[in-house]
Write a protein that binds this ligand. Structure first.
Ligand SMILES: Cc1cc2nc3c(=O)[nH]c(=O)nc-3n(C[C@H](O)[C@H](O)[C@H](O)COP(=O)(O)OP(=O)(O)OC[C@H]3O[C@@H](n4cnc5c(N)ncnc54)[C@H](O)[C@@H]3O)c2cc1C
Length: 345
């Protein structure tokens, strides 16, 4: 296990930001953990950041501590009962490749989550979701190592405390648990979720199976979202806000076109719509901007710095606050300096 100094993270974050890590190591095998943890115990002043595909992080500054790049690979079918097939994947597996592999095995359940960038291990952190499905719908349990003690623990689905783009690992104890593997519970009699806007139209007249749905989702995502290999981004930059019913009623009276979906605790509205209404869609300041086809996606047109992207995001937050009285919350982890690891804003 080699710990390197001053390593560039530019190729390891999908914004393509020229940040660096003071210290860096790649974790290929669980056996390497002991050495890394011993090293961090000898350097207690340094923060630690677990890094997967870097597709949900904004490096506003260089990272002043140790970045642990999770590269653990492995996937296997564990078995089945009457209702489910159980499949296990190590944290460093590429998420989309894993989804397609489950489909090739003849399993369903993850097809709506096709083409989401990143790794299996990061997927539970923000309970990834798309097209009416969230990771929590198929997660059975996961294994994680307590970075303080080295203990390996299993978390049941309930213990992960999943919420909308949220989990125990993101907001209760960020940075403490290194997820090393996830076990999925995939239904043997799938119920296709194709009601989401646009999906039904894509699939009209087609016989449904996991592969057909996955292909349609891939097409839709490719049309709508920028490919990080072409233009730096981290997907949706803001969460869709959930507001109280009274605030919703007042906004609906003032802005009749505002979209909304009833939720526990209020009404969820579209961050993209709010941003668009404030005139930010397609706007650009230097190399920081919003994607022309999708106001919710912040992009790096080339040489933007993390500070510039963050300043641009602050401009959006202030505009939306002024016009609608809603404070947007960033979805990616924002890495500031000095910091003690992950900051979820
Ligand atoms: C084009 C694009 C589209 C996207 N679309 C979606 C979408 O539809 N839905 C959605 O939910 N997200 C979406 N995202 C966001 C992103 O892909 C997901 O959040 C993804 O799960 C992040 O995985 P990652 O491996 O890149 O995580 P990273 O960005 O490397 O890390 C994210 C967080 O997880 C932590 N982490 C990483 N690995 C581990 C681990 N093994 N154990 C513990 N903590 C860990 C990190 O410390 C960090 O806090 C999109 C991003 C892009 C660029």
């Amino acid at each position: 296990m080699q710990i390197r100094e001053n390593v560039s993270l530019q190729g390891l974050n999908t914004f393509g930001l020229a940040a660096s890590a003071r210290y860096f190591c790649s974790l290929h095998k669980l056996g390497g953990l002991r050495t890394v943890m011993q090293w961090t115990q000898e350097h207690p002043e340094l923060p630690v950041l677990f890094l997967g595909g870097g597709s949900n992080l904004l490096f506003v500054e260089d990272f002043p501590g140790l970045v642990v790049h999770v590269r653990l690979r492995d996937r296997e079918v564990l078995g089945q009962d009457n209702d489910y097939v159980y499949v296990r994947a190590a944290a460093g597996e590429n998420w989309h490749e894993f989804v397609r592999w489950t489909i090739e095995q003849g399993f369903a359940g993850l097809e709506n989550l096709s083409l989401i960038p990143g790794t299996v291990g990061a997927a539970p952190v923000q309970n990834i979701g798309a097209y009416g499905v969230e990771l929590k719908d198929c997660l059975h349990e996961l294994q994680a190592v307590d970075w303080r003690t080295g203990e390996l623990r299993e978390f049941s689905q309930e213990e992960c405390r999943f919420g909308y783009r949220d989990s125990y690992f993101k907001s209760v104890e960020p940075g403490r648990w290194l997820i090393v593997a996830v076990v999925f519970r995939l239904p043997r009699k799938p119920q296709w979720k194709t009601d989401y806007a646009g999906v039904r139209e894509q699939l009209a007249g087609k016989e449904l199976d996991a592969c057909t749905i996955s292909d349609a989702i891939i097409r839709m995502r490719q049309e709508k979202l920028p490919d990080p290999a072409q233009i730096g981004n981290a997907g949706s930059f803001f969460k869709n806000p959930v507001i109280a019913q009274a605030q919703w009623d007042a906004l609906k009276a003032q802005f009749p076109a505002i979209p909304g979906w009833p939720q526990a605790g209020g009404v969820k509205t579209s961050a993209g719509w709010l941003i668009d209404q404030c005139g930010w869609k397609g706007r650009r300041e230097g190399d920081a901007g919003t994607y022309a086809k999708h106001a919710l996606v912040l992009v790096n047109h080339g040489n933007a710095t993390g500070q510039q992207i963050w300043a641009f995001a602050q401009g959006i937050i202030l505009s939306v606050q002024d016009k609608f009285g809603i404070r947007l919350e960033a979805e990616p982890g924002i890495i500031f300096h000095p910091c003690s690891g992950f900051t979820g804003q």
